[in-house]
Write a protein that binds this ligand. Structure first.
Ligand code: FO1
Length: 317
């Protein structure tokens, strides 16, 4: 396949996924990459529509992200939050002043009837992003975390309760009847589609909501192009976030093998970290192709190198 005849579809959640999405955006031309962000984490808060994973991808590719947290904006100020707190308002979810502008403008456009995917395209263009970044759907999908004490809305579990409640399962509400956004559908049907990459995001709460949309898992089961996952698990721990804790609580082994098993119906290749090289043989019983490389992305060079490694791996499948 020649360089100008390839299109890569990357599915991602927030911080970890956005790092690889940034790497891919540096090594692929704008027309050759579609990045689909999870919206199962979206919620209405203080009257605004918050789309955390879309914003994390937008800020990361736009060079605006807070490097310390991975979410929110760099050089943020907190006057709004401090004033809200002084009024006794809800202050468990931190909205910085610059970030707030995103939620105000997005919510205004949504109320005017503009679909989330069109708003995302516009906002991404405004911050100088040339690649296609799209929410997984324009429909409402909400991830619910089941716990022994009842169901929790995703951000209540993740931010308010700091991922402390034990997880017994997940509900991806609205997903079976939600359509993939137009740019996502276009990428899935792209004549030059040459690989689908599952970024190193949480399989349960970042990637599963995308897979659960109407027709998506079926499309991945049927596709002829390689589907490759970059494992978010390294050395029995999640690189970021609660994936390892969730796996343990669900009675799964905290390994890349469990990740591969989770995606088994469509997975052609998995990328694991060099520290886990000993797992390679047992992984091959679940997934036919395994790439062992450095999957930790601290610098921009790390992100570009991993993106190159994953694309080269895809070409061997
Ligand atoms: N994550 C936190 O841990 N604490 C926060 O207060 C917080 C605020 C926040 C505001 C806007 C935004 O786009 C993201 C924000 N996040 C925060 C991150 C986010 O909730 C999670 O990282 C994702 O939902 C999981 O991918």
């Amino acid at each position: 396949m020649t360089e100008d005849r390839r299109h890569i579809l990357a599915l991602c959640g927030g911080v970890g996924g956005a790092k690889l999405a940034l790497g891919l955006s540096h090594v692929l031309d704008p027309g050759d990459l579609t990045i689909v962000a999870n919206t199962g984490d979206d919620f209405e808060h203080l009257g605004f529509h918050i789309s955390p994973d879309v914003d994390t991808v937008m800020y990361t590719l736009g060079g605006l992200a807070n490097p310390a947290t991975g979410w929110g904006r760099d050089g943020e100020t907190w006057s709004f939050m401090e004033s809200l707190r002084a009024f006794g308002g809800e202050d468990w979810f931190l909205l910085g002043d610059k970030d707030l502008a995103t939620h105000v403008e997005r919510s205004r456009r949504l109320h005017a009837g503009v679909p989330l995917s069109e708003i995302t395209t516009t906002l991404c263009q405004k911050v100088g992003i040339d690649h296609i970044v799209t929410p997984m759907t324009d429909d409402t999908v909400r991830t619910i975390i089941d716990t022994p004490h009842g169901p929790l809305a995703f951000q209540h579990y993740f931010v308010r309760d700091k991922c402390e409640p034990v997880v017994t399962g997940f509900q991806i509400q609205g997903a079976p009847t939600a359509s993939p956004s137009a740019p996502f559908q276009k990428a899935l049907g792209h004549a030059a589609l040459s690989a689908i990459i599952l970024c190193p995001s949480n399989p349960f709460v970042s990637i599963d909501p995308i897979l659960s949309l109407d027709g998506v898992r079926g499309a991945l089961n049927k596709t002829d192009v390689p589907v490759i996952a970059v494992s978010p698990i390294v050395g029995g721990q999640a690189i970021k976030g609660p994936a390892a804790k969730m796996m343990a609580e669900l009675g799964l082994e905290v390994t890349s093998r469990s990740v591969a098993q989770h995606y088994a119906s469509f997975l052609d290749g998995i990328v694991i970290h060099t520290d886990d090289a000993a797992e390679e043989q047992s992984l091959r019983t679940v997934c036919p192709h395994v790439l062992v490389t450095n999957t930790i992305m601290k610098t921009l060079d790390d992100k570009k190198r991993l993106a190159d490694d994953v694309l080269a791996f895809a070409e061997t499948i």
